[in-house]
Design a protein around this ligand. Sequence first.
Ligand code: FAD
Length: 322
Amino acid sequence: MSKNILVFGEVRDGELRNVSFEAIAFARKISEDGEITAAVFGKDGLDEAANEMIYHGADRAVTVQDEKLETYTSEGYAQAALAVIDDENPDGIVMGHTSAGKDLTPKLASKLESGLVSDVTDIEVTGDNVVFTRPIYSGKAFEKKIVTDGMIFATIRPNNIAALDRDDSRSGDVSSKDVEIKDLRTVIKEVLRKTTDGVDLSEAKVVVSGGRGVKSKEGFEPLQELADVLGGAVGASRGACDADYCDYSLQIGQTGKVVTPDLYIACGISGAIQHLAGMSNSKVIVAINKDPEANIFNVADYGIVGDLFDVVPKLTEEIKNL
Ligand code: FAD
């Protein structure tokens, strides 16, 4: 199928988020031999990001630079995105299902009078049919969707579609588009971001999560050590956040973040349905819980019945010695 697809890359703190590269791989699946154009927006220095998008499989890239695009706002980014879409007239648009993607894409879809398939976790292309898979009912079931008419517009869940290998011998045209961004009604003065030593929870390959069983703020320390040796991030259940053992920015679940890491280690988490909604699609789940009847064991690939304060430090030591 030959379709021209536009992929929005997401630059944050000068760096492209990994899901931007996954979006290119996804676009390539939709359109094997069509043209993939990447679009990146920001205040300045976007050529590097544009070239990175090309190294990861885009054919060319368009940048829109403006002071008002320094941080994401739906108003500013929508103006830039609509101007690029107007120029490119793509057959499809793909973006990460991130906070920005969740905010921007419905706005664009309504302006373009297009449908939108959001939070896609898998794709199958058979002939002219593109079948999207996406979770529904908080991850308890999956639905398959086919776009029968109009533009293909999709957001993809981070960590589900493998990015293409980076190849810095690839080259492509990088053009800068002048867009007059009108004054914004919302101006972002400062962004305070909670990350665990730079590892973004929603994109981490390994997440070590603590629940009420962690019992205190200090109880999170062994979890942080385990996350550090694995190069991962720390997450939490709402039980732990409500008990003030950690910040709400770490909450995973129906009313928190949705994560799909390669490895999710749940420590002292009972496995309430609202928690499972945020992590049950992780590739490998390990549960550590004192209670052999805990529901978390029903979704775990590996279960350890035991006290997390014995098990977690031992795991950390073993991994350090590997
Ligand atoms: P608990 O259920 O109290 O479980 C603690 C577990 O720790 C137990 O299984 C216990 O056996 C184990 N344990 C205790 N000590 C140890 C030890 N030393 N070693 C090993 N194991 C130990 N929850 C979320 O997580 N995310 C959400 O987004 C979310 N959204 C919600 C939305 C709504 C509308 C509602 C009503 C609820 C929501 N909840 C959410 C709350 C959810 O229902 C549960 O109350 C919560 O997930 C429980 O957290 P927990 O597993 O940490 O605590």
